[in-house]
Every structure is written in structure tokens, then in C-alpha cells.
Write a protein that binds this ligand. Structure first.
Ligand SMILES: O=C(O)CCC(=O)C(=O)O
Ligand SMILES: [Fe+2]
Length: 326
């Protein structure tokens, strides 16, 4: 049940920081640090992604997901050797612990950077024929949100007392993995209320996630201290930014990767969202960032290769839904 008392997810206006204002920079960096050390969830407004691009992207998604199933299946993820394209409802189950809840009641479309086939998740995208502007708008959106993520990695570096370019390579290496996955959550049928999950409870796999959600609502975050779920109230055009498991590990638990889930809409509305995940370079070793270790402390985790971490997490979430993943 969602707790009646709202646990605030901080809202950070980064417009002054982006404009180069030194005072705003200190404020933004401090607010970002507090949010990441607390729940690892925040919302960013005053960012650089144009509102018009967000609307065009969401409109294209609605048009695509409304196509007949056989049209969407032409670009099914099961046809891709690198897990790109359309995934039908129930293809993934992110809640790996609760057997009673359904597989994820979302359909999605996944895009990464086009690379030659070979390494895990590397390869070419698949694009639908309709709507005709889908590829162009999706690509423009991907580039814009990727650019914003790089600005936020700079804030992240400063907030950890590091050189502001510390994460530049991790986030912008052409072989680095970023996933821009868009979702459609159809309204839940009334008879399955309580058991349906748009997305089951999970933590994100990568370093940082930037999520655009429409105004329908349904995203919830688990408040660790009280064990209660709280709505992340939609703010039109804002990005919900959250820390993923890789960053929690990298920062020796200083920054928190927090459980979240999506409850399918029960108000008869369709919900759309788009998540951008920075998952990093496959060969990169993740080991405790020096500024995250107090004198005399030991790192909590062994060094871990990004590739090993991602293979394990992706496979688990697909096997839980009975889907094969190459
Ligand atoms: O659609 C949402 O609001 C959340 C999506 C999400 O948590 C995910 O894709 O990992
Ligand atoms: Fe997530």
C-alpha cells in the first residue's frame, strides 16, 4: 500500500548551473549530493531537453504502441541479436522476489547506439516503418537526453569531490552502453488489481537513470527506513533521476540505488514513459571511488567488470519472465 504521508523526492532546478552561474552550481551540487546520499531519487527541472522534443517523442510512442500486434512484432526484440526493438507485455519480470505478482505489464521499445554486432548488447537497432518519423524523433530524443546525462555526470563528479570530468569517459565512450527504453503501460483490468505490476519492484542496473514520465502517475519509490511505498508525483517535462546499482557499488554505498516500481494505471488511462540508462563501458572495472572511502575504512565490494554485472542482471530479469536472452 502507498503510505498516506508523502516522502518528498527533491526537485532540483539546474537552469542556473547550466547557464554557468557559480552560486547556482554550488547549490545544485549540494542538493544533488543530499538527494543521492538519502534515497538516490530526485527530479530535475530547468534542464536542456526541449519540451517540444519530449512531446513529439511521447506522441510517436503513443502512435507506435497503438499499432496492431503483428506490426509491432515485425521489430520484436526476439528477432534482434542484441536485444533492440519491441518487447511485448510480460516479456520481462523485474520483480525477481515476489512470485505472486505478474510479469511486467508494460510493452517497450529499446534503442541503444548502433555498433557492430559482437559484444553483449552491442549491435544495430531495429526501427519500425510506422509512424514514419519514429526513427528520426527517437534519435533526436536519445541524443538530447544523453547530452543531459553527461551534464548530470559532471554534477555527480563535483558532488563526490572529484574532477568534474571524472565520469566523462564512462558516459560518452562510443562503445559505452546506454539504453533508451520507452514504455507503454495499459490500464490494469479491475479483476487483477493488486497483483499487476507495470514494472515489478527493482533497482536499476547501471550508473544513472533519467526518466521522463507523462502525467498519469504510477511510479513509486520504496522508503527504506519505513519500508513504505511513495508516489513519485509527476511534474510535466521533468526528469526523474535515480542512482543505479553500479553507482551504489562504485561509491561504496554512499549514493543509494533505491527500489522502485510502477503500478499499472487503474484510472482507465494509458501511461507512457521513457527511461535513459547509462550502463557504461563493458570492459570497465568498477571499484571504490577514492573519495568514497573514509580513512581506515575498507571497500565493501570486490572490483567488478561492467560486462559481468550486466549479463547477470539482464539474464535474471528475463529468465524470471520465461524469456530467453542471448
Ligand atoms: O516507467 C517508469 O516510470 C519507470 C521505469 C523503470 O523503472 C525502468 O525502466 O527501470
Ligand atoms: Fe527502474
Amino acid at each position: 500500500m502507498v503510505a498516506p504521508v508523502a516522502v518528498a523526492v527533491p526537485v532540483i532546478d539546474i537552469s542556473g548551473y547550466l547557464a554557468g552561474d557559480a552560486q547556482a552550481k554550488d547549490r545544485v551540487v549540494g542538493e544533488f549530493r543530499n538527494a543521492c546520499e538519502d534515497q538516490g531519487f530526485l527530479q530535475v527541472v530547468g534542464h536542456s531537453v526541449p519540451a517540444d522534443l519530449q512531446s513529439r517523442h511521447l506522441a510517436c510512442l503513443a502512435e507506435f504502441f497503438a499499432l496492431p500486434a503483428e506490426e509491432k512484432e515485425k521489430v520484436a526484440q526476439s528477432k534482434s541479436k542484441c536485444h533492440r526493438g519491441y518487447e511485448h507485455i510480460g516479456g520481462q519480470k523485474l520483480d525477481e522476489l515476489d512470485e505472486d505478482v505478474t510479469a511486467d505489464q508494460k510493452e517497450s521499445f529499446s534503442v541503444r547506439r548502433d555498433r557492430p554486432l559482437g559484444r553483449f548488447l552491442q549491435g544495430p537497432n531495429q526501427w519500425p516503418e510506422n509512424p514514419p518519423q519514429f526513427k528520426e524523433v527517437y534519435t533526436e530524443y536519445y541524443d538530447s537526453v544523453h547530452e543531459l546525462s553527461m551534464k548530470l555526470f559532471r554534477v555527480m563528479a563535483l558532488s563526490l569531490g572529484l574532477n568534474e570530468k571524472y565520469f566523462d569517459d564512462f558516459g560518452s565512450d562510443p562503445d559505452g552502453l546506454c539504453l533508451c527504453r520507452s514504455h507503454h503501460y495499459p490500464p490494469t483490468p479491475p479483476d487483477t488489481a493488486g497483483r499487476t505490476r507495470g514494472i515489478g519492484a527493482h533497482t536499476d542496473f547501471g550508473a544513472m537513470t533519467l526518466l521522463l514520465q507523462d502525467v498519469v502517475g504510477g511510479l513509486e519509490v520504496l522508503h527504506k527506513r519505513t519500508g513504505t511505498w511513495h508516489a513519485v508525483v509527476p511534474i510535466e517535462g521533468a526528469y526523474v533521476v535515480n542512482i543505479g546499482d553500479l553507482m551504489q557499488r562504485w561509491t561504496n554505498n554512499r549514493y543509494r540505488s533505491t527500489m522502485h516500481r510502477v503500478i499499472s494505471p487503474s484510472n482507465g488511462k494509458d501511461r507512457y514513459s521513457c527511461a535513459f540508462f547509462n550502463e557504461g563501458v563493458l570492459d570497465r572495472m568498477i571499484e571504490c571511488i577514492p573519495t568514497c572511502l573514509r580513512p581506515g575504512d575498507e571497500p565493501l565490494y570486490e572490483p567488478l567488470k561492467v560486462e559481468d554485472h550486466l549479463i547477470k542482471r539482464y539474464r535474471q530479469s528475463y529468465w524470471a519472465a520465461g524469456t530467453e536472452l542471448e
